[in-house]
Design a protein around this ligand. Sequence first.
Ligand code: DWN
Length: 395
Amino acid sequence: MSKYLKFLDLGNQPLANNYLRKDQLIKKEKKYRLKVGINNESKLVSIEKPLSSKIMFNQNYPYRSSMSKTMIKSFKNLSDFIKKKFHPKKILEIGSNDGSFLKNFSKKKSIGIEPCSNVEQITKSKGYNTYSEYWNKNTAKKILKKNGKIDLIYSANTISHIQNLDEVFKSINIILKDNGIIILEDPSLLECLKRNTYDQFYNEHIYVFSLIAIENILKKHNLEVFHIQNLKIHGGSNRYFIKKKNNKIKIDLSVKLNRDKEIRYGLNNLKTYRSFAKRVQKSKKLLKKLFMKIKNKKKIIVGYGVTAKSTTVLNYCKIGKKYISYFVDTTLDKQNKYTPGTRIPIFEYKGLDNKKIDYIFLGAWNFKDEIFKKEKNFIKNGGKVIIHTPVPKII
Ligand code: DWN
């Protein structure tokens, strides 16, 4: 019988992306216990108690994938590859956000599904065919009726947000042509464990996938992975290329190599997860100590890029206004608000002034290279950077 085995407790956490307006500060925020575990049979790693999609993904969703050059470039490169390799006549994106990926394709060919209507409208306003719906069988049937079958389905950082994975793939099978391709992209569990990025777990990230778990889910739906790309995106992601089993495309060596790598690291063993949990507890202590040491010297620390991930770190490590004076972020919908749980003010990013800021804490550590390039003058002039992965340190 399959069992869910808990291995990590990240404490009480607010909604990860619920940036608060000033008038909301008088109210107590609802907190949810964030525990992480693994299914002993499917090896699927998930948070213990997923929340309903409607609470997290609605008309107030603040995240925009277009806020990083890294993402825009990655979407462009993938689009060029897709056009060259698969020549799709019709392409569907599940979780199209603000259209950063779809904009690389012709409007006639593209369909976007995005339940958060505020971001869906951005893509629609550019002339794209979008639906403000959750991905399920009803949505698949509705799109099939209006648009016919699809050649290629792409979904980045979305499937890990949907609780019912069986419904996800049943719905995909309704609409995908027999020779159609699915490309999924999500953070890699292996990289998460290696880099101690426990902040990949928050209420929106119901799952952090391994290839092992993905293959166990897919086989129930007559689907299989035929190629994998390991990406640097979001601190290490996997891009899975998937086909229907009766499609003759060859399964290449990348699949076996990735599977072997995961088995070698111990993703099949509970012991691996228990030692990860110990490293996470140690990381919490070290990060807090680092912040205390810097604050004792009366230095000013500013958060750089407020993320769903940083909600986990700040609430788990109990790092609030006492340590971080404010965050800066380029996302309009996060500015002039407060961080969930810790209530640190968030301001518009207007560059970093070495006279006013001694340290930045990288909430958006996943865009470290991009941020270091952008802030080279701040760093050249003595500005320091705090990062929590793979171990808390000052760069
Ligand atoms: O899976 C998810 C990922 C893809 O996006 C969602 N559940 C929610 C969201 O997660 P996140 O909030 O952890 O995402 P990011 O992409 O790490 O957020 C980066 C933040 O940093 C954005 O608010 C933009 C900001 N930023 C900035 O202010 N200056 C980013 C860069 C690169 C910058 O130079």
